[in-house]
Design a protein around this ligand. Structure first.
Ligand SMILES: Cc1cc2nc3c(=O)[nH]c(=O)nc-3n(C[C@H](O)[C@H](O)[C@H](O)COP(=O)(O)OP(=O)(O)OC[C@H]3O[C@@H](n4cnc5c(N)ncnc54)[C@H](O)[C@@H]3O)c2cc1C
Length: 309
């Protein structure tokens, strides 16, 4: 049940924002884990101007703003998100080619981009096959695999700063590291991304994508919802999954959440899992790994909102 005061806020937002406004929307519908309590207000702006309108409105009301791409790397608390959720997927989703550059809305989905890459022979993005992210979320987190990362393809990023100002940053003004970019520390909303690709043979690109998808299906769980790898790989160790397996956590279950048999760094939602279930497993894994190996595992997933349930 949405809180009564939200009706007043919705009416006020509707005066300046003409898109659909969700009230008390369960975030489970907007995350790949299918977990998360209600967002007070949720909008899917379709232009940079609409993003600015919503940010300015939230600023005037002193409301927190949460940005969601495709929700494929977030755990939203069972208590949900107070304030305004701004979702980029399915809103800021334009994809335009300008020579060897792709001009993309931050909400454009990588799987859609990869389908076009296979059709037109754009090469360079094949490593991203199977990553269910938006371009904005992928750039922020420098998503990638052992074969490549999106940061290496970035030519320019447009973003709305926390101050409300729109800026365009050249690649050299952004630093990218393992599952990290300086944009994360900077804050703000990424609205547009220009990626540099190369001309290739469509058949070769399509084959490379198919191969990577097949490899993923072999190595990663795909029957149940997840958020990909939960922990970052700690330096000096084979991988987080290797450590998790060594401490006997594979198959560990809490409520509907299960440490996947196929890949120990995935926690899957086998049905009805709550954020509290996942967080319990996260802490249990960290404790075991700390006690056995003296390693402090760091989460790759971003934990958002009210986790008290
Ligand atoms: C099955 C599966 C496989 C995966 N495999 C991989 C993999 O191989 N490699 C990898 O790196 N990741 C992988 N992931 C994780 C995930 O896809 C990436 O981390 C991705 O970058 C998240 O993008 P998103 O759009 O879903 O962002 P979200 O999960 O929605 O958001 C992630 C963070 O970015 C912020 N954010 C999102 N968009 C914006 C924006 N426009 N402006 C500012 N902030 C923003 C959010 O506030 C949040 O803090 C996988 C996930 C799944 C479910």
């Amino acid at each position: 049940m949405a809180r009564p005061e939200l009706a007043g806020l919705e009416a006020d937002l509707a005066r300046c924002y003409k898109g659909k406004i969700g009230v008390g929307v369960p975030m489970a519908g907007y995350t790949t884990w299918r977990i998360g309590g209600p967002a007070d207000l949720l909008v899917t702006p379709r232009s940079v101007a609409e993003v600015r309108t919503c940010l300015a409105w939230a600023g005037r009301h002193g409301l927190p703003v949460w940005i969601i791409g495709n929700g494929s790397n977030v755990l939203v608390g069972d208590g949900g998100l107070r304030g305004l959720v701004l979702r980029t997927a399915h809103g800021l989703n334009q994809i335009e080619r300008q020579g060897s550059r792709l001009s993309l809305g931050a909400g454009a989905l990588l799987p859609v981009l990869l389908r076009l890459a296979a059709r037109y022979g754009w090469t360079g993005l094949e490593f991203a096959a199977g990553i269910p992210a938006t371009v904005g979320g992928a750039v922020l987190m420098n998503a990638g695999t052992g074969e490549g990362t999106i940061g290496a393809l970035v030519s320019r990023v447009g973003l709305i700063e926390p101050s409300g100002e729109y800026v365009e940053l050249e690649a050299k003004e952004i630093s990218f590291a393992y599952r990290h970019s300086s944009l994360l520390d900077r804050g703000g909303v990424i609205t547009t991304v220009i990626l540099q690709v190369r001309e290739g043979d469509p058949a070769d690109v399509a084959r490379a994508i198919r191969e990577r998808m097949a490899a993923r299906r072999q190595k990663q769980p795909h029957r149940w919802p997840s958020a990909g790898s939960v922990f970052k790989n700690p330096p000096g160790w084979p991988s987080a999954g290797w450590l998790i397996e060594r401490v006997g956590a594979k198959g560990l279950r809490r409520g509907g959440a299960l440490v996947a048999y196929e890949h120990a760094n995935f926690i899957v939602n086998t049905g009805g899992a709550t954020a509290r279930d996942v967080l319990w497993l996260v802490e249990e894994i960290r404790r075991r790994v700390r006690e056995s190996f003296g390693v402090e595992l760091e989460t790759e997933i971003r934990i958002l909102g009210d986790t008290r349930g």
